[in-house]
Design a protein around this ligand. Structure first.
Ligand SMILES: C[S@@+](CC[C@H](N)C(=O)[O-])C[C@H]1O[C@@H](n2cnc3c(N)ncnc32)[C@H](O)[C@@H]1O
Length: 457
């Protein structure tokens, strides 16, 4: 098998990275665009010692789960990596992704149920983050996503998983920015002004907050005029801020953000609580699925505890903490980002919550410092999961149950393995479809501590 060979492959399985899996002469081949059940002609893109990668060129015999992709940009954008697979089978594959990760990474044999469906399958995203560049000759603005494995920006005119208002705002920026001498950023030349655009959209109000990431450290009069024109054009826009990022870096946001016009946030709701979301505030990508997760956690607490003390670790704006505050004695929400902590404090006032404390700290440092124990720990770490030291901290500080919310089955499995080796018991796994049409999946695990010293009587 060599690079550029075209070979026939039977797609047998699907990986957690969104690739079809085939075998040929004892070699595993990861096939981009392959759906289990397909017979395809695929072009080999890489050959390594133990595996190869390939891309589908022709479908010789189609899987019964194959459907017409809904987005014309699917080959270029690559974000909705499962859009050519019917929705019910997407869920079955995600179920298997979680089950396989538990087994292969964690050595845990657990029957994983089908993920809870997303209430919205299109227009579900709360956050849109586009890169900006420019055409070589006419210097027109390009606004969209990078082509796979490159930093070439592809113009996106319509994205079906985003609310439609986003397309309109982006189109206006693309067309009108040059009138205000706003240029697109060139990564190679490290010049041009506009680097990225972030939109935060509230499903409840239909309002949008816009952040412009710029290669400058001040707001020029022209930028102010341009931002004002965007705000005036769209009544949905609550405000526009500039984030200053003049470094030659792949990191999207610079350290400083300054409001240009209107508010520096958009308000959104999760269940009965209202939140103010700004440029760099973490907010669940699919708010309706997040609400389903919060309801599931709250129901579990109501059925198994009587007003427990709760640690809400990796809390963000304390969205989970606030959603369970009324069934808790008290909640401590620990979060690293000071911006998110400020937004959480504003949320406490707004939502009249009195039994929740926000701590601006690294989770590990907080756990090392405290002497107290919590009845229940809810943890929702970033993709990389927790560290051993944090898991040890949980073991030390938790009396009864850990509820682990994860967006990465592999790191969840690794962390569960550690907790199980320390004597904890995994009692439930429930996936939720947070990221429809992509291979990503959100999972909630419920874990009991080794010695159940806690009594609800
Ligand atoms: C997946 S988000 C969860 C947010 C929140 N639970 C929610 O539902 O909105 C992870 C959060 O962990 C925070 N974070 C990352 N590393 C951290 C650390 N070492 N200690 C505390 N928080 C951290 C991030 O800033 C982010 O807000």
């Amino acid at each position: 098998m060599h690079e550029n060979d075209i070979i026939e492959l039977n797609i047998e399985d699907f990986t957690g990275e969104g690739m079809g899996v085939a075998h040929l002469n004892g070699m595993t081949v990861f096939v981009q665009g392959g759906c289990p059940g397909d017979l395809v002609a695929a072009k080999i893109t890489k050959v390594k010692k133990n595996f190869a990668t390939a891309i589908v060129k022709d479908i010789l015999n189609s899987s019964k789960h194959r459907v017409k992709p809904f987005c014309p940009m699917q080959n270029i954008c690559g974000a909705c990596s499962m859009q050519f697979i019917d929705y019910d089978y997407q869920l079955e594959l995600k179920r298997k992704i979680v089950q396989n990760a538990l087994l292969k990474v964690g050595g845990i044999n657990f029957d994983v149920p089908i993920p809870v469906k997303s209430p919205e399958k299109f227009s579900y995203r709360h956050k849109i983050q586009y890169s900006v560049s420019r055409t070589k000759v006419s210097k027109r603005l390009l606004i969209g996503y990078y082509k796979p494995n490159s930093h070439d920006v592809v113009n996106i005119k319509h994205c079906p998983i985003q609310p439609e208002i986003c397309d309109k705002i982006i189109e206006y920026i693309r067309e009108k920015a040059p009138d205000y001498n706003i240029t697109g950023y060139s990564e190679n030349e490290h010049n041009g002004l506009l680097r990225h655009i972030i939109l935060r959209v509230s499903k409840h109000t239909g309002q949008v907050f816009v952040a412009l990431v710029i290669n400058d450290n001040k707001i020029t009069p022209e930028l102010k005029k341009f931002a004002t024109s965007v705000k005036e054009k769209f009544t949905e826009v609550t405000g526009i801020s500039a984030n200053f990022n003049t470094k030659q870096t792949n990191v999207i946001l610079g350290e400083k953000t300054q409001n240009i016009v209107g508010m520096d946030f958009v308000e959104d709701k999760l269940l009965e609580n209202t939140f103010k979301i700004g440029t760099n505030t973490f907010f669940q990508v699919n708010p309706e699925t997040a609400e389903n997760i919060f309801i599931y956690i709250k129901d579990y607490i109501k059925s198994n505890f009587d007003k427990p003390t709760i640690l809400d670790a990796y809390a963000g704006i304390a969205a989970i903490g606030m959603s369970v505050a009324d069934v808790a004695q008290n909640v401590v929400s620990v979060e690293l980002s000071s911006e998110s902590c400020q937004k959480a404090l504003a949320g406490l006032d707004e939502n009249g919550i009195k039994n929740l404390t926000v701590i601006n700290s690294d989770t590990e440092k907080y756990l090392k410092k405290i002497k107290r124990k919590f009845d229940l720990i809810i943890t929702d770490p970033p993709k990389k999961g927790s560290t051993k030291s944090v898991l040890e901290g949980f073991m030390k500080s938790c009396k009864d149950t850990i509820i682990y919310v994860s967006c990465n089955p592999a790191t969840l499995a690794r962390d569960l393995k550690y907790l199980i080796e320390k004597g904890c018991k995994l009692i439930s796994i429930k996936p939720f479809d947070m990221f429809c049409h992509t291979h990503h999946v959100e999972t909630v695990a419920i874990i009991k501590m080794p010695e159940n010293t806690y009594s609800i009587d």
